[in-house]
Every structure is written in C-alpha cells, then in structure tokens.
Design a protein around this ligand. Structure first.
Ligand SMILES: Cc1cc2nc3c(=O)[nH]c(=O)nc-3n(C[C@H](O)[C@H](O)[C@H](O)COP(=O)(O)O)c2cc1C
Length: 160
C-alpha cells in the first residue's frame, strides 16, 4: 500500500480538473494506493513526509508555477533531505500553446530533483507532464490520468 499526494493550485478550475483526473489515474493503477487531494495552500509541508509520491499541478503564471505552489516548495525547506527517493510528477494549465507551460512543468520537476526525488517522463505525447490549454480537453485529461497511473505504478514497484 502506497500513499500519493496530489497538490494543486487553481484559480479558475482548469488545473483542478486535471488534478481530479490524476487521482482517477492513481486509482486505475495496479497495486493499492491511498490518494490525498489538496490545494497547495491547505497542504502543510509536514504532510509531504507521509507520501511516497508527490504530484504537483500549477497554472502557468508568467511561464512559471504560481506563487502558492512555489510557497509550498519554499516551506518544504524544513524537510530538505527528507524527501529523497520519493516519486514526483507535475502538470500545468496555461492559456497559450507557447505560453510557458513546459517551463512551468520543468520548474516544478527541478524543485523535486533538488529534493532528491525521482521523476519519470514519458516517451508519448507530453513528455515532461500533461499540459492543458485553458479548460482541459480530452487529450489533457487522458494525459493527466496517465500521469497518475505512471506515478502510482512506479510507487508500487518501489514501495508497495
Ligand atoms: C497572473 C497570471 C499569469 C499568467 N501567465 C500566463 C503565462 O505566462 N502563459 C500562459 O499561457 N497563460 C498564463 N496565464 C493564464 C493561465 O495559466 C490559464 O488561464 C490557466 O488555465 C489558469 O488555470 P486555473 O484555471 O487552474 O487557475 C496567466 C494567468 C494569470 C492569472
């Protein structure tokens, strides 16, 4: 049994819809996983310690994660070194195709790597993590489900 936290920030609901699909993907994966779905604001940094996998979603704000998501990472410094070996994943919603969505995902993954976390990409479609343009379409929702499944499957292999 593994535990996976899905943390997001969403002002107008697009990233939240993706987060809900990520949870569905975790539930579809083989091996039992407990899922916790929370906003970045309501996530206490101590909770990160309880999760085998941490999946973070943010709207793209100026090509970067939003301030509340960054704030969670900044607060997580109290556990620097303690998140080593956990599995990470990231997703975003942006308004524009070239609007900085990949840079946002990579910024999230960079912070995870600095924590010593394990990040798995995918050879298919959105390589770094799912991207929605505005309201997530079928492709973005499928990608979000696949991200959840991918992280849950790796968590089951490593910690199940
Ligand atoms: C402060 C701010 C900055 C934004 N910066 C960008 C940007 O750099 N590129 C882009 O494509 N969209 C940008 N957007 C649009 C949002 O990323 C987009 O509307 C997203 O779908 C919002 O997600 P949400 O519904 O989860 O809040 C910005 C929106 C806000 C409010």
């Amino acid at each position: 049994m593994t535990t996976i936290g899905v943390v997001y920030h969403s002002k107008t609901g697009n990233t939240k819809k993706m987060a809900e699909k990520v949870v569905e993907g975790i539930e579809e994966a083989e091996g039992e996983a407990t899922t916790v779905l929370k906003t970045a604001e309501e996530t206490d940094e101590d909770e990160l310690l309880n999760w085998d996998g941490i999946i973070v979603g943010s709207p793209t704000y100026y090509g970067l994660p939003s301030a509340s998501v960054k704030d969670l990472f900044d607060r997580s410094v109290t556990h620097h070194g303690e998140l080593e070996g956990k599995v990470g994943g990231a997703f975003t919603s942006a308004a524009n195709r070239g609007g900085g969505n990949e840079t946002t995902i990579l910024a999230l993954l960079e912070m995870m790597l600095i924590h010593g976390m394990i990040v798995q990409g995918t050879s298919k479609k959105d390589h770094y993590g799912p991207v929605a343009l505005g309201k997530p379409d079928e492709r973005a929702l499928k990608g979000s489900r696949e991200l959840g499944k991918r992280v849950a499957t790796l968590c089951a292999k490593l910690f199940g």
